[in-house]
Design a protein around this ligand. Sequence first.
Ligand code: ADP
Ligand code: MG
Length: 467
Amino acid sequence: MKLDVDVLRYLSKDDFRVLTAVEMGMRNHEIVPSELIDRIASLKHGGTYKVLKNLLKHKLLHHDSSKYDGFRLTYLGYDFLAIKTLVNRGVFTAVGRQIGVGKESDIFEVAKEDGTILAMKLHRLGRVSFRAVKSKRDYLKHRSSYNWLYLSRLAALKEFAFMKALEEHGFPVPLAVDSNRHCVVMSLIQGYPLVQVKELQNPDTVFETIVGLVVRLAEHGLIHCDFNEFNIMIDDDEKVTMIDFPQMVSVSHHNAQMYFDRDVECIFKFFSKRFNLSFEENAGHSDDSKVDSEEVGRPSFADIKKVTGFLDKELSASGFTRKDQDDIERFTGDDVEKDLDSDDKESADEPIEKDEGHFEVFDSLSLLMEEGNPVEQGETSKEDTEMKQDVVSENEGPNDLGTVPEEGRQTEHENEPELTKRLNKQRRRAIQAVQGGRKNFTSRNSYKDKGGRSSHNSKIQKQLGNW
Ligand code: ADP
Ligand code: MG
């Protein structure tokens, strides 16, 4: 998949409105019925279907008519929504080259207006584990809209929250800058993953630092769970930075000991193989009197004085709750990998797409701003808000096709009585519309009809610079 941000420039306000409508519909539906998209977007002059066609052309949506006529967001569509929001917030103005492809993420350089380069991580949690998610039928029974969108968003939320909390406790991690949807923006680490490093000036010191980090994490009640040479960055001064936090668990997790030992084992194995470090077996245990003081002992989970509650207290303050943690753990544990091996016929909807090549360095989004476009400052425009209310109405309407996960509901206006009042009014109107049939729902055929009648391209051209 190529993240061609250039397309962003050619998308109109209506394009984004419809794209957002699909995103909202996906809270309830894996495939959002076309009629629902039309209803949520409620474009002033109709024309949702022409816009859908355009979004489809740019691969921001996927069309599915196997069960009924509908659409869902692609990764690219979701990427664009997040990128647009972050650009609007002024977090960055340009997207550059891809600097990393993890098993469940893509990492890009992004540039701020003043030229500072940051790292943007787009989570792809569904990429490998969506199939496993689908196989958790008992759990899914009550959550029809559990999908990669939700999981990737949760992963980003968790990563951002952990990065912030860890940084505040003096851990060497990237600086968390901002996050939206499945996207996390952080400082760019000037270094290389340890796996690429063939030689170290002071392998012993680096090793001790790294093992010390695993221990200190546990003392803070945390286990990284993927602590290895791929997630440890090292710079020219051999300064260590740890990255990649979506799979971290609490020391009170039922598999905590196993995860901790596995993290430790990874580091010991890697340093012994790559840098020929030798270790005294069983060293480090408090009951072991034969510890060689010259060598770093293997830390024992049981011996670490752990402070639990770190997750609950500090992370919930950043919006990441214990429930979020429980949810995400269900899909990132070892059992997920097992599930992946099983031959589940209901395979992932989303094919595994990898970026084959690099795109132009710094496709500049700043142009968008320089052209005098009214870039929204906040994440939610008035029109978006109206759409959100329509979604809520749809959940309460007679055509409710699924349950809404609590975490999917919009809560940001709870403390604003004026806005709530206005929104409630809109909501009532929308419910009436749904029940009374204010609109004639367009069929798939009229999509074709309409598409043929108006000059779609010239309209889009006119709207350029309008989002
Ligand atoms: P995943 O969860 O998919 O493994 P990671 O967070 O480990 O993703 O990132 C994948 C790769 O991207 C890393 O190995 C590293 O090379 C690069 N990377 C990630 N974050 C940063 C960063 N803040 N600065 C520089 N490079 C990074
Ligand atoms: Mg990683």
